[in-house]
Write a protein that binds this ligand. Structure first.
Ligand code: F6R
Length: 612
């Protein structure tokens, strides 16, 4: 989720690049850099931290030229340092590359390049591209930059957008899109490139949207687009009518809605390069050995809020697939009792920000008791990531809305991979079962998109629920874990009181609160407890409760019990929460919207809670 800028025209490139990067700041970043081409020579400046640092460094250097590229980085490989900031250069300094996304096979490419004599200056996956392009250009005289880029990307796998500048071919910028977004703005005698529309609006409203598998050559006079096979692509410019604020949110009314809709792509990125068809899991950043995993006696899962709810899902999967007892523990509670954490324990700490004070304190407590620490986090280089032995990045991209959505869903996918890995190493899950689950995991992004396509049903339901005072969520097993997250979403942004209960617990007290018309969401994706949950739904109906089910497509039985059914595509029951949470996130969003609340910044809440 990096920010990308490119400029070729008649004006000074540097101020335009810096202004564009500033307009992409809302995407979040940890370092930034620019490269400007002038007098046949490329000058690069980069800086970790705030954009103000880069601005100072670049302005002091007085970079002059009317061609350039710029980048804000959200680290995925390598810490956020000056060195790892983009652009990255080849050995000669005549090719520079910026990149958004992941090159999955970068390690093997890097090994081969080093063996052929290339010198690397960063830990990033991006740098391999600069060296591959260098080789392609050196293969013969007069190789056009676009051809060299095409040869380089043919060797790389992954999801990315890349932008390349070469001092020997100063009349062009070459860009390729493979999943990560790229947009070209068409100005008068100037062409501008960005990863997102807000960075272009100060210059033009006429844009070309690059699609996956397309390569663009930008010149001062416009852009030509071709496929990666070299076939020309004709496309008409699109006129953007959004105002600047709408553009930041990708046309959505709120960051939260944008982030909910980004979930299919986020899931894809979480799993990218980590799963293979033979049922193997390759978790970059996780360094435990088979021996260490076989010696484990217990797993502790600790986190707060939404991340804790994600941990409840992990508990089920690790117990089921890796046959290890798992203790989920709220981070704020863990350290104030006497947790029986030992050196034979693995502590899994989950945190979007990696800075939550309670979670960090729990991790330090576990550490003093000799436990290995595995962090599941979204922020590269966060305190949690730095203190952990193993780090599993969820790769959700920057999450701006206070109420978490895409971070939660990617925490689920990351833990599913972790549980599979533990199960494979402990030989408690067979290779065919693991392979079947991997197939199901890989199908989740498309299924998540199907759920999002059904938003209208949820929007209508929200109208019915907008005036409710109390809402209940029930489910058994993994449905209970998802119910807890659905309930938290509703209360934190809509301010409607809600409670989640294990469905079997309802009759032990809370049923007293269910009267005529009380909305009760019943999640029924877990087949082994399906009939039992139906009995609990009957208890609600008998008191006049308004039952809304979350159920699989094709489950006709449920329509006899629930007045409204929110449908999700079928998947393995163990993965169902990944899909079941989506209609509940959307419901919370639409109820909050109808109640006129400040959705992205709900009252009394902060994105990252750095006090205990
Ligand atoms: C709710 C929410 C919070 C966080 C919690 C932990 O939508 O976002 O409950 O999940 O404060 O934050 P992280 O994951 O940053 O440790």
């Amino acid at each position: 989720m990096c920010g990308i800028m490119g400029y070729i025209g008649h004006r000074d490139a540097l101020p335009i690049l810096l202004d564009g990067l500033r307009r992409l700041e809302y995407r979040g970043y940890d370092s930034a850099g620019v490269a400007v081409l002038g007098n046949g020579h490329i000058e690069v400046r980069k800086a970790a931290g705030k954009l103000a640092r880069l601005t100072e460094v670049a302005q002091t250097a007085g970079l002059l030229g009317s061609v350039g590229i710029g980048h804000t980085r959200w680290a995925t490989h390598g810490l956020p340092t000056d060195q790892n900031a983009h652009p990255h250069s080849d050995c000669t300094g005549s090719v520079v590359v910026i990149h958004n996304g992941i090159i999955e096979n970068f390690l093997s490419l890097k090994e081969a390049l080093v063996a052929r004599g290339h010198t690397f200056r960063s830990d990033t996956d991006t740098e391999v591209l600069a060296h591959l392009i260098e080789e392609a250009l050196a293969a013969g005289a007069g190789v056009p930059l676009e051809e060299a880029v095409r040869r380089a990307v043919a060797q790389a796998s992954g999801a990315y957008a890349i932008v390349v500048l070469c001092s020997d071919q100063p009349d062009r910028i070459v860009a390729v899109r493979q999943i990560s977004p790229l947009i070209i703005g068409l100005g008068r005698d100037e062409t501008i490139l960005a990863s997102d529309i807000p960075a272009l609006l100060a210059h033009t409203r006429d844009v070309l949207i690059i699609e996956d598998g397309e390569l663009a050559v930008l010149t001062r006079r416009g852009a030509t687009i071709q496929t990666l096979d070299g076939a020309p692509v004709r496309k008409a410019p699109v006129r953007i009518t959004w105002d600047a604020e709408m553009a930041e949110k990708g046309g959505y009314a709120h960051f939260m809605l944008k982030e909910i809709h980004e979930q299919p792509r986020a899931l894809q990125e979480t799993m990218m390069g980590r799963l293979d068809a033979e049922g193997r899991v390759e978790l970059d950043g996780v360094a435990y050995t088979d021996e260490q995993i076989r010696a484990l006696q217990k797993v502790w899962v600790t986190a707060c809020g939404t991340a804790y709810h994600a941990g409840l899902f992990g508990r089920w999967l690790i117990e089921h697939w890796a046959k290890l007892p798992v203790e989920p523990d709220l981070a704020s509670e863990l350290r104030y009792r006497d947790p029986l954490i030992t050196p034979q324990t693995l502590t899994v700490a989950i945190s979007q920000s990696g800075e939550t004070a309670d979670t960090l304190a729990a991790v330090r407590e576990a550490r003093t008791r000799g436990s290995r620490i595995l962090a599941v986090t979204n922020v590269v280089g966060s305190t949690l990531a730095r203190e952990a032995d193993d780090v599993l990045y969820v790769r959700a991209g920057p999450e701006i809305a206070v109420a978490s959505s895409k971070a939660y869903i990617t925490m689920l996918a990351a833990q599913a991979m972790l549980a599979l890995d533990l199960g494979r190493r402990r030989e408690t899950i067979t290779p065919p079962r693991a392979a079947a689950l991997i197939q199901q995991l890989k199908a989740l992004p498309a299924k998540a998109q199907e759920v999002l396509n059904r938003e209208d049903v949820v929007r209508r339901l929200a109208e019915r629920l907008a005036a409710a005072d109390h809402v209940f969520y029930i489910g058994r097993g993994l449905d209970y874990a998802a119910a807890m997250e659905g309930s938290l979403k509703l209360k934190e942004i809509s301010y409607v009181h809600s409670e989640a209960l294990a469905a079997g617990e309802l009759k032990h007290g809370t049923l007293a609160l269910v009267t005529k018309g009380t909305p009760v969401f019943a999640l029924v994706t877990q087949r082994h407890v399906y009939e039992k949950t139906l009995s609990n739904i009957q208890e609600v109906k008998a008191r006049g409760g308004d039952v809304i089910a979350v159920a699989y497509d094709g489950d006709e039985e449920i329509t006899k019990y629930a007045g409204t059914v929110l449908r999700i595509p079928r998947t393995d029951d163990m993965l169902a929460p990944v899909l079941a949470i989506i209609p509940l996130q959307l419901l919370a969003y639409h109820v909050a919207r109808l109640r006129g609340n400040d959705i992205d910044q709900p009252r009394n809440l902060a994105k990252s809670v750095t006090v205990e």
